[in-house]
Design a protein around this ligand. Structure first.
Ligand SMILES: Nc1ncnc2c1ncn2[C@@H]1O[C@H](COP(=O)(O)OP(=O)(O)OP(=O)(O)O)[C@@H](O)[C@H]1O
Ligand SMILES: [Mg+2]
Length: 315
């Protein structure tokens, strides 16, 4: 399988000015490496504020002006620079944005879903695809002429989803596509994402809902305090013993069906001098306090830990 998207050592920070001219650099994503193959769904699972949307926006080339980015992105083997991002955006690479604020408040929803067309013929083709996809999500014809403020939250989500699917992308970045949707629409969204995979497309699914990741993805990357700490195959998430990082084990053990053993402590914000999980880790070593482990491969699993043990449930 060919690599569709490669993210190599991506870091994103923001420059902020405090007390006049004192510059403060706050790092949100640190040394993130991940890839998505053709016919593959990779989920990024992380808590609120961990930098998931920023990752999506860096791939689309829509980061805020005060962000500093290092690292490299590649799409189909080509360096994904700003020019290429703009060329592919909305066509080969589509985003389901997290926020309905991405909708243009002054444009009817069907027209923004169709997007720019080079001629009448293309418009007619896309109009029929738009109607078909809206119809599938039970957005009837009267919705076409509505403006975003006239939509309910759930309808707006479906419009965002349909808009990304009309683009027929090779790579879909889905940033929290399911919150606020009714159960039936959640299932349909998951099914549509799976269908893209069946057609050879790649999907980066960003979510903080572990069940959506488990139901949809082939591999799951766990985000902790701006770092990817483990990337593992979805089947290994059925049993915490098959996971390697103590945080991933704790996360799975915290699910209600595994006894709801909630992990203690909060994720550190900003720069840490050692492992980001040091404070909460049950298997920490002295060296973890001041050294950051690298993300390394171990039997096809990517793991960032000095002291992981297979078969150790971390408790
Ligand atoms: N323009 C900005 N300037 C400074 N900090 C920013 C800026 N944009 C985002 N951040 C910070 O980056 C962090 C990550 O934001 P992001 O929206 O990527 O989180 P997220 O993982 O998508 O969270 P959620 O699950 O709530 O959507 C936040 O803590 C936010 O404060
Ligand atoms: Mg987000």
């Amino acid at each position: 399988m060919a690599n569709l998207l490669e993210v190599n050592h991506l870091s994103i920070s923001f420059t902020q000015y405090v007390q006049g001219l004192n510059r403060n650099e706050s790092k949100v994503i640190s040394d993130l490496t991940i890839d998505v193959d053709e016919s593959e769904i990779v989920a990024i699972l992380g808590s609120s504020g961990s930098g998931k949307s920023l990752l999506a926006h860096s791939i689309l080339g829509i980061l805020p002006y005060n962000s500093n980015v290092t690292g490299e992105l590649k799409y189909k083997g080509q360096v994904l620079n700003q020019e290429l991002k703009e060329k592919l955006r909305g066509k080969e690479i589509c985003l389901i944005p997290q926020s309905v604020n991405f909708l243009d408040p002054l444009m009817k929803v069907s027209e923004q879903a169709i997007g720019e067309c080079k001629d009448e013929k293309e418009h007619a083709q896309k109009k029929s695809r738009q109607r078909e996809i809206f119809g599938k999500y039970r957005l009837d014809e009267s919705v076409d002429d509505l403006y975003p403020f006239e939509l309910s939250g759930g309808m707006a989500r479906k419009v965002l989803l349909s808009t990304a699917l009309i683009g027929n992308p090779d790579l879909l970045i889905a940033d929290e596509p399911t919150p606020g949707l009714d159960a039936k629409s959640v299932e349909e969204t998951i099914q549509d994402i799976r269908n893209l995979k069946e057609h050879g497309k790649g999907v980066l699914l960003i979510t903080h809902e572990i069940d959506v990741a488990l139901k949809t993805a082939d591999r799951i990357a766990i985000f902790y305090s701006g770092y990817v700490i483990e990337i593992n195959k979805v089947e290994n998430f059925k049993n915490a013993n098959n996971l390697l990082h103590p945080y991933t084990k704790a996360l799975i053990n915290s699910l209600p069906r595994y006894g709801f053993n909630l992990t203690e402590g909060v994720q550190p914000l900003g720069e840490v001098s050692g492992c980001p999980y040091y404070e909460n880790c049950p298997i920490r070593l002295d060296k973890c306090e001041n050294n950051i482990p690298q993300l390394e491969e171990h039997d096809g699993v990517m793991i960032r830990c000095f002291n992981f043990k297979e078969g150790n449930d971390g408790s």
